[in-house]
Write a protein that binds this ligand. Structure first.
Ligand code: GRF
Length: 218
């Protein structure tokens, strides 16, 4: 497919969402391609996933820069020299400078393991359990200055089950993440997502036919 969106994925660790994106991009009809994977940690497991898929990688370590702004500028340079037009954050564990966020405004998305705006930040699965949530999930959103905020492109909900602990809940959410992230990237790359103020409109989207009820009515 000609004219694919050129995407870089920023990671810090395991890279299972990166893998989901890599797998989606293998399909010839997928409207995006990954041109580079950037990590702020040399030991990120996701770097091996990228290498195995033949994708260029770069490690940019914060300790090599005097401050966040110069680190972020170095990232933009590397990204732009690879032809990147769009960024997917996938477990990138660093706060980005307002300058970086503004530079990539509406060209950078993130996946977060909660139904935003609930539970921004860390430890989302434990916090959802502590709050007695019956539904939990994940969100893909455009990135704004405040952490885990910005127009939401898509969300996936999972039921919280009796006996769940943060580990069991996080694996159920992670499966949903792996479906949601490539789907949202596809919607954006096909030009179907319009940002209006704090929200997104999705052209011609269909809604799931029935609600997810938790606990289920048997
Ligand atoms: C995921 O839960 C993602 O939602 C969050 O960080 C985690 C990264 O996992 N932002 P992985 O590196 O993609 O496996």
């Amino acid at each position: 497919m000609a004219g694919k969106l050129k995407v870089s994925v920023l990671i810090s660790g395991r890279g299972s969402n990166l893998q989901a994106l890599i797998d989606a991009c293998r399909s010839p009809d997928f409207p995006a391609e990954i041109v580079m994977v950037v990590s702020n940690r040399p030991d990120a497991q996701g770097l091996f996933r990228a290498q195995a898929a033949g994708i260029s990688t770069a490690v940019i370590e914060p300790r090599d820069f005097p401050d966040k702004v110069s680190f972020d500028r170095a990232m933009t340079e590397v990204l732009e020299s690879s032809g990147t037009g769009f960024i997917c954050l996938a477990g990138f564990m660093r706060l980005l400078s307002p300058e970086f966020v503004d530079h990539w405004r509406d060209r950078m998305i993130n996946i977060h393991p909660s139904l935003l705006p609930l539970f921004p930040g860390l430890d989302t699965h434990r916090r959802a359990l502590d709050a007695g949530m019956r539904l939990h999930g994940c969100s893909v959103h455009f990135v704004r200055h405040e952490m885990d905020s910005g127009p939401i492109i898509g969300q996936a909900a999972v039921a919280v089950l009796d006996g769940d602990d943060p580990d069991s809940l996080s694996s159920r959410v992670l499966e949903a993440e792996h479906l949601l992230y490539p789907w949202c990237l596809e919607l954006v790359a096909r030009g179907m997502v319009t940002v209006t103020g704090d929200t997104c409109r999705i052209a011609g989207h269909t809604t799931a036919p029935s609600p997810l009820v938790s606990p289920a009515r048997s």
